[in-house]
Ligand binder design. Structure first.
Ligand code: PHE
Length: 342
């Protein structure tokens, strides 16, 4: 018994050393065969068990089994170590680690998204929250509830995309229908902006597209007046175009506001003197007005108790003015040489 104990001990010591020092896959395989193979060291020890006294066999068997397990484990970890060494060597061979890395191209928001965010931020500072509506809208919300009955000229079939097979749905031609949705969803006071895409069957040129973006605004409360409208939009113009810009309001017509106006800003290129861009010194930037009583009636808000103002602006136009972009088609061509400038 003592003899076999000694043998197992010295085999284990030798194996530890050898598996630790092994440097290549074929040498490791040779070790495995020598220790664990069919004519290997372990097998040989097992065979010697037969010549032991019956009483000693179990204990000796356990010793040999423990030795076998240890050698299997030694083999496993030696192989793992060799694999690691291998892949490091392969990478060093195949990859020039001294080459500079490939720069990762960072994406960023589209210029129209940036402008929309900027506009929404400015109004957020005045207490407006952003709400959204669907681009496929009911004829009722897009027209009727906004005081545009069937015979209104802006309802001309050529001015609206209809949905095939449905005469009650359109691609919204402005963001104003979200006014209707918002006033149905919540009672006043309301102070919201609505960014979103809108659609009109315009032919595409430098300043027109069948798809464009707007930001709508709506304030409804007791005692809201045209003075509030002018103050709010004047603040917006200063924040967006910069200190020193002047605004003017020209009477205009929209079915859903009364009175209605268009707001111009003093030309940011010639400071109002008159130039190639503005002609007159003024640039039109948005439509606005006091919410028409018929719009309040359509959403069951008492127009004796509440008044409000609304406005709508084109995002492409505001973005083009600020960045001196001369062709709207650039926004939709997705040329990174253009987009990466913003
Ligand atoms: N909806 C109008 C347009 O698309 C803009 C507008 C909005 C005007 C709200 C007045 C009030 O031209």
């Amino acid at each position: 018994m003592g003899e076999i104990k000694e043998t197992v001990k010295s085999i284990a010591e030798a194996a530890r050393q050898e598996f630790r020092d092994v440097g290549a896959a074929d040498a490791l395989e040779a070790l495995r065969v020598r220790y664990l193979g069919r004519k290997g060291v372990i097998r040989e020890l097992m065979q010697q068990l037969g010549s032991l006294e019956a009483a000693e066999r179990p204990q000796a068997g356990r010793l040999i089994n423990a030795l076998k397990e240890e050698i299997v484990a030694l083999h496993e970890s030696a192989r793992a170590a060799l694999d690691r060494k291998d892949s490091v060597a392969r990478v060093q061979q195949e990859v020039d680690v001294t080459l500079p890395g490939r720069p990762m191209r960072m994406g960023k928001p589209h210029p129209l998204t940036q402008t929309t965010d900027e506009i929404v931020d400015i109004f957020a500072r005045m207490g407006f929250s952003a709400v959204y509506g669907p681009e496929i809208e009911t004829v009722h919300n897009n027209f009727e509830a906004l005081n545009m009955p069937l015979d209104h000229p802006s309802r001309d079939a050529f001015d609206t995309f209809f949905i095939k097979g449905r005469d009650d749905l359109v691609l919204r031609s402005h963001t104003s229908p979200v006014q209707v949705r918002a006033m149905r969803a919540a009672r006043p006071p309301l102070r919201i902006v609505v960014p979103g895409r809108t659609y009109r069957p315009d032919t595409v040129d430098a300043t027109h597209s069948f798809m464009f973006s707007q930001v709508e605004g709506l304030v409804v409360d007791r005692d809201i007046s045209m003075a509030d409208l002018k103050f709010c939009l004047n603040e917006f113009a200063l924040a967006y175009f910069g200190e020193g810009v002047r605004t003017r309001f020209r009477p205009h017509y929209f079915p859903f506001t009364e009175p209605s106006a268009e707001m111009d800003v003093s030309c940011i290129f010639c400071d109002g003197g008159g130039c190639r861009v503005c002609g007159s010194g003024w640039i039109e930037v948005l439509g606005c007005g006091m919410v028409h009583p018929n719009v309040f009636r359509a959403v069951d808000i008492d127009c004796e108790e509440y008044t409000g103002f609304a406005f709508g602006m084109g995002v492409e136009r505001l973005c083009m003015l600020k960045h001196q972009i001369h062709d709207m088609r650039l926004f939709f061509e997705n040329d990174v040489r253009f987009l990466s400038q913003f």
